[in-house]
Ligand binder design. Structure first.
Ligand SMILES: [Zn+2]
Length: 151
């Protein structure tokens, strides 16, 4: 039996016990007995308390189910990712297209696609730059070729 079904069954049992308590309270013989009336009040309080606690357990269980679902989705996504050593980026192929994700943001649990530029990839979230080692940027080739006064 599924945990949420067990909880529903427990809540139905508590409701049943509450109904029985009410039936006893409504009996003519019970209304004449002060001691029995006090026991019935205590019983009703105990049932209300048990009902509240079970509802809290149900909510906690639903939160955990959501967390598990979230982690399963993350795990599935992680399995689809490969680490590209050349760029230092995580990547996957979707619909024949390469998607690359920022490694820095990935360590914080976020999947942020990087933007491709001619000589590097950049993360628009954290501004981390990932140079393409096989494509040298002209400004780094030889600084003597550029004279700052020319600009
Ligand atoms: Zn980033």
């Amino acid at each position: 039996m599924e945990p949420l079904t067990m909880i529903s069954t427990a809540l139905a049992s508590i409701k049943g016990a509450g109904d029985i308590t009410k039936s006893i309270r409504d009996l003519k013989s019970a209304t004449d007995n002060i001691e029995l009336k006090e026991y019935l009040v205590s019983l009703r309080e105990a049932l209300v308390n048990a009902n509240e606690k079970i509802i809290e357990v149900r909510e906690a269980l639903q939160d955990k189910d959501e967390k598990i679902k979230e982690l399963e989705e993350r795990l599935k996504r992680e399995e689809e990712l490969d680490f590209n050593d050349r760029y230092g980026l995580y990547e996957t192929t979707k619909g024949g297209k390469k998607l690359r994700y920022c490694t820095k943001c990935h360590t914080e649990g976020h999947y942020v696609p990087v933007q491709e530029r001619p000589y590097s990839f950049i993360c628009r979230n954290c501004n981390q730059d990932y140079p393409k080692p096989d494509e040298e940027c002209p400004q780094f080739e030889s600084k003597t070729d550029y004279n700052i006064l020319d600009y």
